[in-house]
Design a protein around this ligand. Structure first.
Ligand code: TXA
Ligand code: MG
Length: 319
């Protein structure tokens, strides 16, 4: 029997009982549990196979929760919350004692966001605790943007996926920490860099592996299909190099000559980066099922959401 259901009251019951429920957000599905339940938080780590040094994002139903969770809110954090919540911006701020150390992997800061999905906002407003929720995929693998993706991963280990349809944005939230009040991007994501800079001026990006003390989850290999994947800015050359193999193409818009290609997914016929982001993970899930020798992914324009998509594609290629 399917574990996918639209029944919000059933989700409330399970979560009140310290069980896990996969929840829809505008970015990707999350594997959610009560932040105050040691049992639920442990289950998140074991179900995902996630190392305990990798902290979780706390999801709240409104920004009023912020003052309950963090000790200080720098003016630029407030500006970002006002501009983007509910929405795909996660703020990393000094935590209050009520936030368990297991959530933050022992760090003095906590990551928090208000997700922009009507089903999950309704759910959060029916609970009297926030939800810890990492993306609902086994550690390192492709994030889920459909309820079926989660069901395929976890039908044996969780009881329910709350059905909120396909995720609109399609890549994870942009994570922003603060050093001396100044915003630093720890992870590029669904809110483009340019949109953030419009609100708070120029920001530094520490999105790479070397930032690991700040964003311990930013391991190089991540979001990865099982099939070998490469990222290229020269499609013709890369296709030639692999011509004896079963090739899957992941491209931004269509190409003229696709002979020798076994499977092809076009992310946006109309060059629309929003559309490309929303389709990215579904495309990777699908390509990974085609028994290919290699996935050749085309680098997108390096601005706006293209920058965030390129970041995910690059991580998908690491071995
Ligand atoms: O869009 C999203 O953010 C999705 C949905 C479900 O909300 N969630 C998500 O969670 O992507 P996850 O666990 O896959 O990624 C959370 C990232 C990790 O890289 C983690 O290291 C970082 O957030 N993080 C969490 N707490 C942190 C903290 N205190 N300091 C720095 N980074 C933190
Ligand atoms: Mg993740």
């Amino acid at each position: 029997m399917s574990i996918i259901s639209k029944d919000i009251s059933k989700a409330v019951k399970l979560l009140n009982n310290e069980e896990l429920v996969a929840i829809p957000t505008e970015t990707v599905y999350g594997l959610a549990g009560n932040i105050f339940s040691e049992k639920a938080v442990n289950a998140i780590f074991t179900t995902k196979g996630r190392p305990s040094f990798n902290p979780l994002i706390v999801h709240v139903g409104s920004k009023d929760w912020l003052k309950e969770i963090v000790t200080t809110i720098p003016p630029k954090a407030k500006l970002l919350a006002d501009a983007f919540w509910p929405g795909p911006v996660t703020l990393v701020l000094p935590k209050k004692d009520i936030i368990p150390n297991s959530i933050t992997a022992g760090k003095p800061t906590v990551a928090v966001r208000v997700p922009n999905h009507p089903v999950t906002l309704e759910l959060l407003n029916k609970l009297d605790f926030p939800l810890a929720a990492p993306s609902a995929n086994p550690f390192g693998s492709i994030s889920p943007t459909l309820p079926e993706h989660v069901e395929n991963y976890f039908k044996k280990t969780i009881k329910m996926v709350l059905d909120g349809g396909p995720c609109k944005s399609g890549i994870e939230s942009t994570i922003i920490g603060f050093e001396e009040g100044e915003p630093i991007i720890y992870r590029l994501g669904s809110t483009p860099l340019e949109a953030i800079e419009t609100i708070v001026g120029s920001v530094i990006i520490k999105n790479k592996k070397e930032s690991s003390p700040d964003a311990p989850g930013m391991l190089e290999r991540h979001y990865a299909p099982k099939t070998k994947t490469i990222l290229t800015d020269n499609l013709v050359k890369s296709i030639k190099e692999h011509r004896n193999k079963r090739i899957g193409l992941l491209i931004f818009n269509d190409i003229l000559n696709d002979s020798g290609i076994d499977y092809k997914i076009v992310l946006s016929e109309t060059n629309n980066l929003d559309e490309a982001a929303s389709k990215l993970y579904s495309a990777l899930h699908l390509l990974d099922k085609q028994d290919l020798d290699i996935i050749i992914a085309e680098q997108l324009p390096d601005y706006g959401l293209g920058k965030s998509i390129n970041d995910r594609l690059l991580r998908a290629t690491k071995i």
